[in-house]
Design a protein around this ligand. Structure first.
Ligand code: MLT
Length: 405
């Protein structure tokens, strides 16, 4: 028996598991020191009441043989696919058909699984820093080459730093698959419609595929920032979009997301990717539970929308508190405006892991070191706005007091 030895190439454990281990070790050694976690982007507000009511009702449906549900439809019930098409697309002037939407257990799985339908010979481009899942899953699949000098030899890195306002430049060599995440994780920066149009044009001209992760679209506040890549003309022939209910509706523990694969999207040989993804999902994925689908449907009800806007506004306020608090204290800060993430420059050129250790050991605040997202993240640090308002304010106070010294 032989293993997939691509797994042996991955240098360490998954970024957030690694951080959790460090934090747990600290807590074990210092049980009396209360920690504030602004590291992984995990939500803390309870679900919207409309979702809870829908879930309770769905549980009752399961208790009655007349309404009981067995296996869910592979790609999602018609009513949830219709609610998504109407609210997330048609309401924004984008015509997406229900047969182009595939419900799943979240954007992270889909961003990784999508590689199943793509050749290992494709050249992959990622932003740097980047959500580690895009890179790690390509390493696992055998698309990455070897790890040399802090990067993978067959991955094309697009540095996103203060110098380019955290927007990648178009590749200068031919790439086949381009991962874009906007509003961005980890930098919290957004892309305008006109900037995104350049990527869509590049992809259509070069026969490249854009894998567009818009998990954070609910945090957009500016009109010229697209919520979906399909708001850009030409995107249906070059892009797959990943969406998540995790950050939009607090479903990190409930698990639901979806992927859009337009029929117009074809490989070089004319094969529709929609059919391949449908085949992949039908074989390897059992569908989203009925109770979860009902909760997701409630996100689009009138009261659900209102309640969710309030929860997002709560986190948006946290983002402002972090951004303004750190700025006042002399930090150089980015993001927050269209995102739940604040990306800061570490003081005095401190390494990002050194800054992580300082915050953990000295003031018990957990964030995410920029280097964990790629070499260009070195010297930066990410804080999330998903904590409670009290913890967020307390963390900012601790940082201010410590660095004012
Ligand atoms: C993050 O902190 O980057 C996200 O929570 C990770 C994720 O959504 O999987």
């Amino acid at each position: 028996m032989k293993i997939n030895d691509n797994f042996l190439k991955i240098q360490s454990s998954y970024l957030f598991s690694n951080i959790a281990k460090k934090v747990n070790a600290y807590i074990a050694a210092n049980p009396d020191k209360p920690i504030i976690r602004l590291g992984i982007g995990d939500v803390t507000r309870p679900l919207a009441p409309a979702c809870i009511t829908a879930m309770h009702k769905a549980v009752d449906d399961m208790a009655d043989e007349k309404t009981f549900m067995g296996y869910p439809p592979e790609y999602g019930h018609k009513w949830i696919l219709n609610a998504i098409a109407e609210n997330d697309y048609r309401a924004r002037g984008v015509d997406i058909d229900e047969s182009e939407i595939f419900l799943s257990d979240g954007a992270k799985s889909d961003c990784g699984n999508i590689g199943d339908i793509l050749s290992v010979d494709n050249k992959v481009a990622v932003c740097d820093p980047v959500y580690p899942v895009y890179v790690d899953t390509n390493v696992m699949a055998g698309r990455s080459g070897d790890f040399v000098n802090g990067g993978w030899s067959n991955i094309y890195y697009m540095p996103c730093t203060a110098e380019n306002n955290f927007l990648p430049s178009l590749p200068t060599e031919k790439v086949d698959i381009i991962y874009l995440c906007f509003p961005n994780n980890p930098t919290g920066m957004a892309i305008t419609k006109s900037e995104l149009k350049k990527w869509v044009d590049y992809a259509n001209e070069n026969g490249s595929l854009i894998l567009f992760d818009s998990a954070y679209e609910a945090f957009i506040t500016e009109d010229d920032v697209p919520h979906s890549i399909y708001e850009i003309e030409g995107a249906k022939t070059c892009a797959i979009e990943f969406r998540s209910f995790s950050k939009t509706a607090g479903f990190t523990g409930v698990r639901c997301g979806y992927t859009v694969v337009p029929h117009a999207l074809k490989a070089d040989d004319g094969t529709e990717l929609n059919g391949l993804w449908a085949r992949r999902q039908a074989t390897k994925f059992n569908g989203v539970s009925y109770i979860t689908q009902r909760a997701a449907e409630a996100v689009y009800s009138e009261e659900g929308k209102k309640q969710i806007r309030e929860i997002i506004a709560y986190y948006q306020n946290n983002a402002k508190v972090i951004y303004n608090g750190l700025k006042d204290c002399g930090f150089t800060v980015y993001g927050a405006k269209n995102s739940p993430y604040v990306w800061l420059k570490t003081p005095d050129n401190m390494g990002s892991w050194e800054f992580f250790d300082t915050l953990l050991n000295e003031i018990q605040v957990v964030g995410t070191p920029g280097e964990g997202f790629g070499p260009s993240g070195e010297g930066y640090f990410r804080l999330t706005a998903f904590g409670s308002a009290e913890n967020t304010a307390a963390a900012v106070e601790r940082i201010k007091n410590y660095f004012a010294k």
